[in-house]
Design a binder for this molecule. Structure first.
Ligand code: 26Q
Length: 805
């Protein structure tokens, strides 16, 4: 039986090579092999996909639409193979054909339809939903160009387009029959029928067709296949040639240009709001398409929209899809003639909102005029929602205008999307305990006081299938040998590793695997950066988006400090260190780009300074993405999680590092707090201001960075090197000036405490057995941080789904 299936699978690959490329297996390129293999796997998946949909329909199961502008999926081939039940048949067949799976995997263009944490979280959630067997559909945008490719030229970031669809993407399927029309602009006109019933019609609008492409999400070893649906826009005339007035060429090409623009590119901003018209167009485009389609599908098997929330949940990933609230109202009121109050009850019961930030610069606030022009009818609906809500508020708090000021949806000529999302949802959640507390007690305090029952915490998680089973096969095998494979779908089982933490053989094995992973990373760095690094040095890793609050600068200052100390005192006690960075800066974020340049300048100077005898190395890995993350994370000794306390809502790379046995060096921020709670203070190193201290300084003042500079000779030396030509005559005046005048992210304030924390890391590492024990305990205690646990909490508290059976 096994053999027959293997032969079938091999034939399938060979057939694909012929029909797709007209080549035999011996003449096929690696890219052709990747494509043909992917298509053979897609065929196995499709049978399960169809079956999952059938079961879902028979069971009439409730489904969650996970609505997100971003899905940072990473490569699919390797992950799909791992998750499929036929895993062994497939890998053996590939071997028997003489193909190298690793080489093939590296051919896959990475679907990078996301920036960072928020997009990757959405991807982990889809993996967990499918693995737990819950009906779910991810809904997003099929950007033609995803996250830009980053090159470092002369130390500067250069952005290149990510043309991931150029050669076609083997796992997507276009679904023409599920297309819907989305309307922009024009104006809405009140219409009274002969019975005096009032309704609204949209006139003079510009329409585009939203066409979905479906990508399978394979559950682990359970035959469930869910869907990631990404929408593309097409011009109406192109979609329906018959309906096209062929006389009107100019109008036709305008339509086409508009349609082509909508899904052209992912905005590369992370934790920063840009109020661009195209961005709002994208948001409404995918929201309207998703909500329209969901209602049409619901009505295929149900007749009463009052019960919508029994069968559908819309989960809004941040405020980017919060137009869902208004769009659902619009459809219910305008298209299905619901009373406002009924429509509102349905909407609130169906929608739920996740907040991912407390930083004011990241909160979405749209200009009213821009909004009205693009979405006139939706704006009217929001006006009505706002009017009724404000009436509620002023009835409840008659003498307190501050309540309206904080909670109104329309204020100061802006549409405040977070307020829209909160008012229109039955559930609002933060993404880590500390973050949720800050939401309840500060940012969203008035909402919390008014409707405490809406609020809850859902601490983020990551999928161990990608970030251990796929990314770190050596450690995955070791863990399975020790405790069995139940951790793959139940990460709490990792706790059994505690028994091995004190065992010398286990410690040696664990550190030996770490060393092998360090060699794998060192080879990557040699190939891509042409830098030799010492695989016996401490690998100290800081990879994430570049943002001032994430404080890559604090890390660099410490490196400069070490360099200065080592040059001053060549014989000082020092354990060899390799500092590894990876970070993309948003294309328009000048300060962030300066910091990248600084990291590269410091790296060049240090790596070529023979006085340091190779004891200190600095590497900037370009184009940090999901595939590279898998390699980097498994090789890390130290996990840098050093955001200014209160700023990082959760963080998720902190969890990936912990899972792979790195020790956290972090502030008490986001999920770091919970990581330290799980692993114990003695197995992590913390430093810096507390979130309350930061929030108090921000509120009351009292922090003067210049005082710190004046009193600390090491800091003076470092800051002066930024502007005195030390780095190849390149000056970092922007960084220097903003630190001395404001230092918004408390870098100088936390510097000394960070230096001490780093000294503690060195001390710990020198005790090999102690370090190994801590590393094992980090892996052992990472159970809480599986996205399987997070998803189960969303299901229990918010979505109330039942499993497919
Ligand atoms: C908004 C408007 C216009 C253009 C872009 C944006 C935009 C895009 C992306 C705003 C924010 C983002 C991304 C935010 C993000 O990644 N947040 C992170 O979410 C993670 C998952 O919850 C958390 O772990 C991180 O702490 C949080 O920073």
């Amino acid at each position: 039986m096994q053999n027959i299936r293997k032969e079938q699978f091999k034939e399938s690959i060979k057939d694909n090579l012929k029909s797709l490329f007209c080549v035999s297996i011996d003449d096929a390129s690696q890219e052709q092999l990747f494509y043909a293999t992917s298509k053979a796997i897609q065929l196995i998946i499709i049978n399960k996909w169809i079956n999952t949909q059938k079961i879902q329909k028979e069971q009439d199961a409730k489904i969650v639409y996970y609505m997100s502008m971003e899905f940072l999926m990473g490569r699919a081939l390797g992950n799909n193979i791992i998750n499929l039940k036929e895993n062994e048949i497939i890998t053996e067949s590939i071997k028997e054909l003489g193909l190298d799976l690793n080489v093939m995997e590296n051919q896959e263009p990475e679907p990078a339809l996301g920036n960072g944490g928020l997009g990757r979280l959405a991807a982990c959630f889809l993996d967990s939903l499918a693995t737990l067997g819950y009906p779910a559909m991810g809904c997003g945008i099929r950007y033609k160009y995803g996250m830009f490719k980053q090159q470092i030229k002369d130390g500067f970031q250069v952005e290149l387009p990510d043309d991931w669809l150029r050669h076609g993407y083997p796992f997507e399927i276009k679904k023409n029959e599920d297309a819907v029309e989305v309307k922009f602009g024009g104006y809405s006109r009140m219409y009274r029928d002969v019975y005096g019933k009032v309704s609204f019609i949209n006139e003079g609008y510009q329409g585009v067709i939203a066409v979905p492409y479906d990508i399978p999400i394979v559950g682990y070893n359970n035959d469930v296949v869910n869907t990631l649906r990404v929408w593309d826009a097409e011009a109406i005339f192109k979609f329906d040639l018959d309906a096209f007035d062929k006389g009107n060429y100019v109008n036709a090409s305008e339509q086409e240009t508009f349609a082509n623009t909508i899904c052209s590119v992912l905005y590369p901003n992370d934790n920063n709001f840009v109020g661009k018209r195209l961005r709002l167009t994208q948001q409404y485009f995918f929201v309207s398409a998703t909500v329209q389609r969901a209602i049409k599908d619901y009505l295929k098997n149900h007749d009463d929209l009052h019960k919508l929330s029994d069968k559908i949940a819309f989960q809004m990933n941040d405020t980017h899809p919060s137009l869902s609230v208004a769009e659902l109202m619009r459809i219910l009121v305008d298209d299905y003639f619901f009373d406002w109050d009924d429509a509102w009850e349905i909407t609130q019961k169906t929608c739920a909102y996740t907040n991912h930030t407390i930083m004011s610069e990241a909160l979405e606030k749209w200009d009213v005029d821009l909004f009205k022009g693009l979405l006139p009818r939706v704006y009217e609906i929001i006006e009505e929602i706002n009017k009724r809500f404000c009436l509620d508020v002023s009835t409840k708090y008659p003498d307190d205008y501050s309540k309206i000021k904080n909670m109104a949806i329309l204020y100061d000529n802006k549409v405040r999307m977070a307020n829209l999302a909160i008012v229109g949802s039955h559930s609002v959640n933060g993404v880590a305990e500390l973050h949720t507390e800050i939401l309840k007690n500060q940012l969203l305090k008035d909402f919390y006081i008014m409707t405490p029952e809406k609020f809850s915490n859902k601490t983020n998680g990551i999928t161990q299938r990608r970030f251990l089973l796929h990314g770190n096969p050596l450690l995955a095998t070791w863990v399975t040998n020790k405790i069995g494979n139940s951790w793959i779908t139940g990460l709490q089982k990792m706790n059994k590793l505690v028994d091995y933490a004190d065992e010398i053989t286990a410690q040696n094995e664990f550190m030996d695997i770490k060393h092998k992973n360090k060699i794998r990373l060192a080879e990557y760095i040699k190939e891509h950066n042409n830098i030799d690094i010492d695989t016996n040095s401490i690998f100290d890793v800081h990879v994430k988006r570049l943002h001032e609050y994430k404080r890559q600068l604090l890390n660099v200052f410490h490196i400069m400090y070490l360099q200065n100390k080592l040059i001053e005192n060549p014989n000082m006690e020092f354990y060899p260190r390799t500092f590894i960075f990876g970070a993309k800066a948003s294309a328009g974020y000048m300060k962030a780009k300066s910091i990248i340049k600084l990291i590269n300048c410091v790296a060049d100077r240090i790596n070529s300074d023979t006085r340091l005898h190779g004891k200190l190395k600095v590497v900037f890995i370009e184009n940090y993405n999901v595939s590279i993350a898998e390699i980097i994370v498994s090789a890390a000794d130290v996990s840098e999680q050093i955001s200014t306390a209160s700023k990082e809502a959760s963080g998720t790379s902190n969890m990936k590092f912990m899972l792979n046995g790195a020790i956290t060096l972090g502030t008490m921020d986001g999920a770091n707090v919970e990581i330290i709670e799980e692993v114990g203070k003695e197995n992590a190193v913390t430093f810096g201001l507390s979130s309350q201290e930061v929030l108090d300084y921000e509120k009351y003042g009292g922090y003067f960075p210049k005082d710190i500079y004046d009193n600390d000779i090491d800091i003076q030396c470092i800051l002066n090197q930024l502007i005195n030509g030390y780095y190849y005559m390149y000056n970092f005046n922007d960084i220097y000036n903003s630190l001395l005048s404001r230092d918004d992210y408390f870098i100088l304030k936390d510097f000394r405490s960070y230096v001490e924390a780093q000294e503690q890391i060195e001390k710990l590492y020198k005790n090999k057995s102690q370090w190994a024990k801590s590393a094992i305990l980090n892996t052992a205690k990472s159970g809480k941080f599986s996205s399987d646990r997070t998803i189960q909490e969303y299901v229990d508290d918010i979505w109330h789904l039942e499993k497919l059976n």
